[in-house]
Design a protein around this ligand. Structure first.
Ligand code: HEC
Length: 439
């Protein structure tokens, strides 16, 4: 095990969630925007309309800056925060999918090179060649989504991989296609809002109305298809996940789902009102407000997707927070660790632990208890009374040490929490420390 990353008040999970939400807007814009681009550019050549090209140049510059500065930086932050938060889970993913990521990065490089070439050769090479560069970007960006979605979906539904340990059995898993289709549809919607915002700054009123209308149609199409595919995704959720959401185990997941649906509906109304009915009224301020609403909807949707695999970080395979392997994968030579650690102790795998904390005594009990709680609870709970993520002092308030000890015994009975892992002595130390929080 690696040292744990403890983020006071906010909790490490929330930090990743915030960064990931900030990443998803530019990343879906990066994958969706160029399909609109090449479509419009083709039209510009076919109908000989240079003013459309003027719009496209503006449109691309902002993508270049927004997605490839902001999107790239937040992408690195996701890696960084996810790695320090759950190093063992990331290690498992890398051990299985390193070639997946390598392939994704090839397409990512194609995407980056293509957008620079596209922008800087505007009007300098002939139209058909320029259009080809645009197509290269559009396909390169979308294929990077095709690949990363396999790894994202694997974490919720590892599918046959649990028996075979094979790359493609985990990659093309039960939620892969619905998730890929949902993201593909919604990326057009993200692109639609962006196109409307850029168009709203055009001086030529007729052009503004024409592009806004077209972008709104793309956006509405993306939203409708996105809703259909998202429904398909929900149907494909594992029974345990459905139980968390619809069985009332974790009501907040249902709330997140509702928020995502409501935000999607607001974006839909925006498309109809400012895109189709009164495109001349669209302006950057309303556009940015809707982009913020979209951002909240994305945050809720992704929060839902991350939340439904509790108590695992990789479903059925590795528990959240403690990062203990819950199930053997014989073809990979990976063994279940719970029984071993319940016997030998969780401390036995905390290699970084100072010598004086390895054996529990009356003197160090609370300190060791804290180490165990940080490892086994803090990825999902904060330890401060004013913490944001399900603060333990609040959840445990009024409980005595013995009650807490009983709670630790039955933690695994909750549908959303992993069992406490370790010896009776360790459980006792953790309960003693938790009792100090409960006061
Ligand atoms: C994988 C995430 C996860 C881990 C790890 C986890 N919990 Fe929880 N826990 C939750 C969630 C989610 C809830 C539900 C919170 C709610 O209902 O608002 C919860 C609820 C609780 C509750 C309230 C239970 C009730 O009946 O309402 C207690 C107490 C609690 N956790 C203690 C702990 C302790 C102690 C640990 C560490 C040994 C721990 N949890 C580890 C996710 C987790």
């Amino acid at each position: 095990m690696y040292p744990a990353w403890l983020v006071p008040v906010l909790g490490s999970g929330l930090i990743i969630a915030i960064i990931a939400t900030f990443h998803i807007l530019p990343s879906h814009l990066a994958t969706g925007s160029f399909w609109f681009n090449v479509w419009l550019e083709r039209k510009a050549y076919k109908e000989n309309r240079p003013e459309l090209l003027q719009f496209l140049k503006k449109y691309v510059l902002l993508i270049l800056i927004f997605c490839f500065v902001y999107g790239s930086i937040t992408g690195v932050w996701i890696w960084f925060s996810a790695t320090v938060s759950s190093p063992r889970a990331i290690s498992s993913l890398i051990h299985n999918y390193v070639w997946g990521w390598a392939t994704e990065w090839v397409f990512f490089i194609i995407e980056i090179v293509a957008i620079y070439v596209y922008y800087y050769t505007f009007g300098k090479i002939d139209g058909q060649h320029h259009l080809r560069v645009g197509w290269t970007y559009a396909w390169g960006a979308w294929i990077s989504m095709v690949i990363i979605t396999g790894i994202l979906a694997f974490m919720l539904t590892p599918g046959k991989w649990l028996e075979t340990g094979k790359f493609f059995d985990g990659f093309f898993n039960p939620t892969y296609w619905p998730q890929l289709f949902t993201r593909t549809a919604l990326m057009f919607s993200v692109a639609g809002i962006y196109a409307i915002i850029v168009a709203s700054r055009l001086d030529d009123a007729d052009l503004k109305v024409e592009i806004t209308r077209k972008a709104a149609l793309w956006g509405i199409g993306g939203l409708i298809l996105g809703a259909v595919f998202a429904y398909w995704y929900i149907l494909k959720l594992p029974p345990e996940a459905k139980n968390l959401v619809f069985g009332g185990e974790l009501p907040y997941l249902k709330t997140l789902l509702k928020v995502a649906v409501i935000m999607g509906a607001v974006v839909g109304v925006y498309y109809v009102v400012f895109g189709l009915i009164a495109p001349h009224l669209s302006n950057p301020v309303v556009g940015v407000i809707v982009a913020i609403i979209l951002f909240l909807g994305i945050g809720a949707g992704e929060g839902f997707r991350e939340g439904v695999r509790r108590p695992y970080i990789i479903n059925y395979f590795m528990y959240g927070s403690s990062q203990v392997i819950a199930r053997s994968i014989p073809p990979k030579g990976v063994e279940e660790e719970v029984s071993k650690l319940n016997e030998k102790g969780y401390l036995s795998v905390l290699y970084y632990l100072p010598e004086q904390l390895r054996t529990i005594t009356e003197n160090n009990k609370l300190e060791v208890g804290r180490v165990l709680v940080v490892h086994q609870c803090a990825a999902c709970h904060t330890l401060e009374p004013n913490g944001v993520l399900r603060p333990l002092p609040k959840l445990l308030s009024g409980m005595e040490k013995d009650d807490i000890r009983d709670l630790l015994d039955s933690l695994g009975d909750y549908a959303y929490m992993p069992p406490f892992i370790g010896t009776d002595e360790e459980k006792d130390a953790a309960a003693a420390y938790l009792a100090t929080l409960a006061k």
